[in-house]
Ligand binder design. Structure first.
Ligand code: HEC
Length: 122
């Protein structure tokens, strides 16, 4: 289990426990069987229109947003930190609006995990 999936499990468990009363069995279930959060579907719904289907921004997005991030290049991930991504998506950055009112912490984690899969291995 890598650090991203581990933090996703923790975040999912935290969100679940906030929403549901803390009955022992439900808490145990939340920790042992975390809700699957589908990062790919969340990306398609919330991110694709700017960052592109496969992580290369659309031409229109590149023209509109000069600084838009590209996720196909693995050096992008080597030079940025996970917590920067979480912060940028949660609170917004430049022309990217915040997602804190649209996505839960676990869902934001899931989209970050998903964009890592878009980088070409070099
Ligand atoms: C309206 C277009 C738009 C949408 C929708 C959008 N982004 Fe962005 N995103 C941007 C732009 C523009 C930047 C560059 C911000 C800057 O550096 O000024 C960016 C930057 C980023 C970065 C890099 C942050 C950093 O640390 O530099 C990540 C990661 C990211 N977006 C992920 C996402 C994810 C995940 C979603 C969906 C939940 C999403 N974006 C939705 C436009 C968008």
């Amino acid at each position: 289990m890598n650090v991203f999936s581990l933090s996703m499990v923790v975040a999912a468990a935290a969100v679940f426990s906030l929403r549901a009363p803390l009955h022992g069995s439900r808490l145990k279930q939340a920790i042992l069987v975390p809700q699957e959060v589908d990062g790919k579907a969340l990306y398609a719904k919330n991110c694709k229109q700017c960052h592109g289907v496969l992580g290369a921004p659309t031409k229109a997005a590149r023209q509109q947003y000069k600084n838009i991030a590209t996720f196909v290049d693995s050096t992008f991930f080597a030079t940025h930190q996970h917590k920067e991504f979480i912060s940028a998506i949660t609170n917004g950055k430049g022309d990217m609006l915040p997602f804190k009112d649209k996505l839960t912490a676990a869902e934001i984690e899931a989209t970050v995990k998903y964009i890592h899969t878009l980088a070409k291995k070099s």
